[in-house]
Each structure stands twice: as structure tokens, then as C-alpha cells.
Design a protein around this ligand. Structure first.
Ligand SMILES: O=C(NC/C=C/[C@H]1O[C@@H](n2cnc3c(NCCO)ncnc32)[C@H](O)[C@@H]1O)c1cc(-c2ccc(F)cc2)cc(O)c1O
Ligand SMILES: [Mg+2]
Length: 214
């Protein structure tokens, strides 16, 4: 059988990027997905918003839900201060295998822990397994109908504290209407919408940044 889209993306990284250079890995994926084969990475345009929020938060501990091929994992990990950690959760073993190779190609494997399994099972184990007190930053980019249940789970597990920042991809396209209602109507969040475009297209999409108020 032929290769998968994630495998072709990995090949493009190995062919066009420089080992140990995260910027070249990001550019290689963006070029491939814009000119050869679209894929659901947060992309270069929304990626700049992700970068700016990350630089502002400067998290010591970060969480990503939905690794996919590791594009946003590389974008986040490359901006972490020394000693900071990113945990990324992916339940599709084939995607996780590609992501591990892309993260390693970027030379960021020491900053990233990729955990395989469903977020609903793994979130309650975060404190015990990784000694996490709480996450300073959470990037939500997995199934859109899981944003609300997983946010509630993070709250119930005490994994968000005052000042923790949630950044959610795709709140317009494909859309996460229940999530927008949840964070925008809750007195426990201060939310702001960053208008942008769906990766590699002119279709509107955006990121929602929500600060947990405790
Ligand atoms: O659907 C989108 N993303 C989903 C991501 C899924 C990834 O995350 C993994 N995953 C999912 N749920 C969980 C889970 N927990 C939940 C289940 O237990 N625990 C662990 N891992 C999980 C999957 O295995 C994938 O690797 C999307 C679509 C468009 C799009 C826009 C326009 C179009 F026309 C087409 C597509 C654009 C985007 O930027 C998008 O992010
Ligand atoms: Mg997305």
C-alpha cells in the first residue's frame, strides 16, 4: 500500500529541512502543505499568533491536545525557555510515530514528551505521572467536540490555575461553538478571539485565547 499524508509530510521534512533547525522544519511543512498537499497543521498565519501568545506567556509547563504530525509541537517547543517542558497528547499511533520523527528532526525531543493515548484517560494521570502541578499554557487542537469536556477535566484535575492560558485552534473552521459559549460565558475565563485564516487558505478561522481566573 502507498504512503500516508503524514508519511509524505515527514519525507518533505527529511528532504528539505536541516536537521536540528526547527525553523527549517516549520518552513518545509508549510511549503509542502501550501503547494503540494493540504494538511491540518495550525499553519504559518495562525502560527504567528501562537508564537506571540507563547512569547507573552513564556510557559514552564505546556500541554498540547492533538499532536497530529508535530507541526505545532515544534512551533511551541522551539520557543520554550531552557528547562521548560511540553507534553503533547496523541491517540493515533501512526500519527504519533511520524510526530516523534519530526520533533526529533527539529532537535526538540528533550523539551517534548509525546504521550500516546486519549486525552480523557491521560489528563487525570498528568500529576502522578509527570509531576505536573498545573499547566501554564494549553493548546487545544484535537477533536473539536472534545474541547469542552477536556477543559472541564483539566479544571477538575486542578491542572489549570490562576493565569493559566488556554489557546484553542479552529474556533470558526471547522468550529467549536460549544467551546466558545463555555469560555465566553464562564466568569472563570477572560477570553479573546484572534481572527485569522484556516491554514493555507483564505477561509476565515481563528484562535480563542482564554485566561483562567481561578
Ligand atoms: O479536525 C481537525 N483537527 C482534529 C485533530 C485531530 C488530531 O488529534 C488527535 N486526537 C483527536 N482527539 C484526541 C484525543 N481525545 C479525544 C478523543 O478521545 N486524545 C488524543 N488525540 C486526539 C487525532 O488523532 C489527530 O491527530 C481539524 C480540521 C481542520 C479542517 C478544516 C477545514 C476542512 F475543510 C477540513 C479540516 C482544520 C484544523 O486545523 C483541524 O485541527
Ligand atoms: Mg487545528
Amino acid at each position: 500500500t502507498g504512503s500516508s499524508r503524514p508519511q509524505r509530510m515527514l519525507k518533505a521534512v527529511q528532504k528539505n529541512a536541516t536537521k536540528g533547525d526547527p525553523e527549517s522544519v516549520i518552513s518545509a511543512i508549510d511549503y509542502y502543505c501550501r503547494h503540494k498537499e493540504w494538511a491540518m497543521n495550525v499553519g504559518d498565519e495562525k502560527g504567528l499568533i501562537l508564537d506571540s501568545v507563547l512569547t507573552e506567556v513564556n510557559p514552564s509547563t505546556a500541554l498540547e491536545l492533538g499532536t497530529y504530525c508535530g507541526y505545532s509541537t515544534v512551533r511551541i517547543a522551539r520557543l520554550l525557555s531552557p528547562g521548560s517542558k511540553l507534553i503533547t497528547v496523541e491517540f493515533n499511533p501512526a500519527f504519533a510515530a511520524v510526530a516523534r520523527q519530526i520533533i526529533a528532526y527539529a532537535g526538540l525531543q528533550d523539551k517534548v514528551t509525546l504521550v500516546e493515548g486519549p486525552s480523557g484517560d491521560l489528563i487525570p494521570k498528568m500529576k502522578a505521572r509527570f509531576g505536573i502541578k498545573s499547566f501554564d499554557f494549553v493548546f487545544l487542537d484535537h477533536w473539536k467536540d472534545r474541547y469542552v469536556p477536556d477543559t472541564k477535566l483539566l479544571e477538575d484535575c486542578g491542572l489549570v490555575s490562576e493565569g493559566s492560558v488556554l489557546l484553542a485552534d479552529n474556533v470558526i473552521c471547522p468550529g467549536a461553538p460549544e467551546y466558545l459559549k463555555y469560555v465566553r460565558n464562564s466568569p472563570r475565563y477572560e477570553s479573546r478571539y484572534y481572527k485569522s485564516n484556516l491554514e493555507y487558505t483564505k477561509v476565515e478561522d481563528g484562535l480563542e485565547k482564554s485566561v483562567f481566573l481561578g
